[in-house]
Design a protein around this ligand. Structure first.
Ligand code: AMP
Ligand code: MG
Length: 416
């Protein structure tokens, strides 16, 4: 059996040779992509000097001593945010100004409304501002032509806000891979149906599409196919043309009717291996030639839902991140003390489904439920996958384990 790290390394090396898919996109649609170019600002940000507060635009020098003896000025008008004509502040007057509104010519400070009587005809100002007070100068955040974002930056929500402010209609990005999820098995019932004698609902399809989307990939569930070699091959060839990666589940074990393995091993495009891992032992991976000549990563995962999810997290997610030009990271790990003891299969790395609890001395892990590869309840309720190294065959209570987080760490408050 091949160690987990070795299989992951093979997969990442292969995916590193696959060309990234780049394209110019409208800036607002760059969310979830990686920038393929450096981006300089086309404009000053902000584009004009503006007020940081709701208040009154003033000439600071006219308010000398206002802290002790308030100054009364006539209010010559209002400048709301969005007013685009040029306004001049006449000496001896003030203008009511709102946050984000352009500072009028002649003004050099803003007195916040809280330090006035809020008057609309005449206003009493009780502060002597320093020149520049509560004014955001043009280019304060970024000046025109300044390098704002570098190639390789992942566009999350915050980066997107910066990106759209730079004045470019489009930007060149690496698009996230389009991933097809193809469940296989004669026994599968479409989601929304109920399993009867001899059948099971295709839970892998919706599960994998959901986690792919949570991870920022474009995912599509292909209707499950039966254990039929021609039917499977035809459906695979179809989705290879329209996707950048394919995940199949089922049909990779050693049994009869293991169609995925039968077809792809024969065609020699996918390597099937036993990985020293529990769950998730039978794995296949290869770059499969699509009809248009592209080599498309195909991950063939075992059919049991727990195995499929663990395989996805350990192998597929890091590889897809690489295709998306992101760091090939897997789940983040934390250390926890095992409260339970359990035996594991010797020679295989176990990824046990555990719940985590925060105590004064740190995190504690307990088994989330049955550890069978078909037990959806334990998978759904687990907070993490506890890694039991291959050389360990029994976890003793009190052992320290690395736990890979499946959901954000439970906070102290939520444990009260
Ligand atoms: P296989 O890997 O095809 O040998 O399947 C292993 C187990 O996983 C069997 O009990 C299958 O019925 C089950 N299984 C396979 N595919 C799915 C699926 N898409 N959803 C839920 N269970 C599945
Ligand atoms: Mg099967």
């Amino acid at each position: 059996m091949m160690p987990v790290d070795e299989h992951l390394r093979i997969l990442l090396e292969a995916c590193a040779t696959v060309p990234r898919r780049t394209s110019p996109v409208p800036v607002a649609e760059a969310h979830g992509c990686v920038l393929a170019q450096d981006v300089r600002s086309a404009v000053d940000v902000p584009a004009f000097a503006n007020s940081a507060m709701d208040g009154y635009a003033v000439r600071a020098a006219e308010l000398a001593g206002a802290g002790d003896r308030p100054v009364v000025l006539p209010v010559a008008g209002d400048i709301p945010a969005g007013r685009t004509d040029r306004v001049t502040l006449e000496p001896g007057t003030t203008l009511r100004i709102m946050t984000g509104a352009a500072l009028p010519d002649g003004a050099d400070a803003v007195v916040p409304v809280e330090l006035t009587d809020g008057g609309t005809q005449r206003v009493t100002l009780r502060q002597e501002p320093l020149a520049g007070a509560h004014v955001r100068p043009a280019g304060d955040d970024l000046s025109r032509d300044e390098l704002a974002l570098t190639a390789g930056t992942f566009v999350d929500a915050r980066v997107l806000a910066l990106l759209v402010s730079l004045g470019h209609p489009r930007v060149e990005v690496v698009l996230p891979p389009r991933v097809a999820v193809l469940s296989t098995g004669d026994e599968l019932v479409e989601p929304g149906g109920a399993a009867g004698h001899g059948t099971v609902v295709d839970s892998n399809g919706p599960m994998l599409v959901a986690v792919l989307r949570e991870h920022g990939f474009t995912a599509e569930r292909v209707r499950a196919v039966a254990d039929d070699e021609q039917g499977f091959r035809a459906r695979l060839d179809e989705v290879l043309l329209t996707h950048d990666a394919v995940i199949t589940t089922g049909g990779v074990s050693a049994g009869a009717y293991d169609t995925v393995k039968a077809v792809l091993a024969r065609d020699g495009e996918v390597e099937f291996r036993g990985i020293a891992m529990q769950p998730g032992k039978p794995q296949g991976f290869g770059l499969v030639r699509a009809g248009d000549g592209r080599r498309v990563p195909v991950f063939t995962l075992p059919g049991n839902p727990v195995s499929a999810m663990v395989s996805y997290q350990v192998f597929v997610a890091p590889a897809l991140r690489l295709l998306a030009a992101r760091p090939a990271e897997g789940l983040a790990g934390v250390e926890a003390v095992a409260d339970d003891g359990w035996r594991t299969s010797a020679g295989r790395t176990q990824l046990a489904r555990v719940r985590l609890r925060r105590e004064d001395d740190g995190l504690h892990a307990t088994l989330a439920g049955g550890q069978g590869s078909h037990v959806l309840g334990a998978l759904a309720h687990a907070d993490a996958l506890a890694v039991v190294p291959a050389e360990v065959d029994e976890v003793l209570p009190g052992a320290r384990l690395t736990c890979l987080l499946l959901r954000p760490l439970p906070g102290k408050e939520s444990l009260a």
